[in-house]
Design a binder for this molecule. Structure first.
Ligand code: FES
Length: 324
């Protein structure tokens, strides 16, 4: 196991909604965990001694303005379909469960210029956006936040967000309000030089980027964090074949990258969420179309099916042969 991971333990678990649990983590040796930047995440390895699951979770930080530094890390996990890492967490995590944690990673962060911030959270994406709201409020930064969810009861940390941001927070309950928020109108209302920070499902991120493009925003004024790019409910078991002829089964709850790593194949990865391109691997042949879920390859490259991002993309079924 790479030594960037440290032994940690679940200190506490709290149910936030029917499908979302809050997990508090501390280091196994009782030493305090450092404060993390707003928007940072942790890589969590769990599922037995070999840490067979690896997942990224945002570090939520203190939930109000009065708490100072907390010596532990708080994450929230939404239960996805069966056989996935989140299902394992919901079924097995309790106080005392052993896990491995990476240092805090901060590719998604607030700009340092203190310009106006538009925060957009979709569903469990609130876990990255809530600490940004807290940071903006503490620094008296001009901020507005939109929190979109299926229904208010299914949304975690609604009260905390409203208590932190007051009138600056708009909650969009899609069931009560019927449908999606008008992102064009929202972006058009923002002061010039606003930077938007979006965390949630790909449709919300794409919708925000497209609205920004229509309004002439520079692309760098929309920053985003993706959740769950690697897994879909309709995923099938597939088989990866390496150059040596080794056949490696990949179950629906695992990525090709995880399966190859477990089999001892030499792979490269960094972001593990389809953004950096480090895991892109040549495809020798594939039975079916590939469901490309990365944001690195161009549309033409995706159509050709000659490369694949192992950390998140997979063939729709059958077998894929890789030049690896
Ligand atoms: S590890 Fe970054 S795109 Fe796959």
């Amino acid at each position: 196991m790479p030594d960037k991971y440290k032994p940690a333990v679940v200190l506490k678990r709290r149910e936030l909604t029917d499908h979302i649990s809050e997990i508090t983590l501390g280091l196994a040796d009782d030493s305090p965990l450092p404060a993390s930047r707003a928007g940072a995440h942790v890589e969590l390895r769990f599922g037995g001694n070999d840490g067979r699951f690896l997942r990224h979770y945002s570090l939520i930080g203190p939930l109000d303005l009065t708490s100072t530094h907390e010596p532990f890390w708080r994450i929230a996990v939404q239960r996805e379909n069966r056989r996935r890492g989140s299902d394992y967490i919901h079924r097995h995590f309790r106080a005392g469960t052993n896990v491995l944690i990476s240092p805090a990673l901060s590719p998604f962060r607030l700009t340092s210029d203190d310009g106006p911030a538009l925060l957009i959270a979709g569903g469990i994406g609130i876990t990255a956006i809530l600490p940004m709201l807290r940071s903006c409020v503490m620094r008296r930064r001009d901020v507005h936040m939109l929190y979109v969810g299926r229904s208010r009861e299914a949304m975690a940390y609604v009260e905390e967000a409203e208590a932190l941001g007051g009138d600056a927070v708009t909650v969009h309950d899609a069931t009560a309000l019927g449908g999606r928020p008008d992102l064009d109108a929202l972006l058009a209302q923002q002061p010039t030089n606003t930077t938007a920070y979006v965390c949630g499902p790909p449709a919300l991120i794409d919708g925000t980027r497209q609205a920004a493009q229509r309004l002439g925003w520079a692309p760098e004024r929309v920053r985003h964090e993706i959740f769950n790019a690697a897994h879909k409910a309709e995923d099938h078991a597939v088989t990866v074949q390496t150059r040596s002829g080794t056949q490696i089964p990949v179950s629906p709850g695992h990525t090709l990258l995880e399966a190859l790593e477990a089999a001892g194949a030499e792979t490269f990865s960094d972001c593990r969420r389809g953004e950096c391109g480090l895991c892109i691997t040549p495809v020798s042949s594939v039975d079916t179309d590939i469901d490309h879920r990365d944001r690195f390859l161009t549309p033409d490259q995706k159509r050709s099916n000659r490369q694949i991002a192992l950390c998140c993309s997979r063939p729709r079924s059958g077998s894929i042969a890789l030049d690896i």
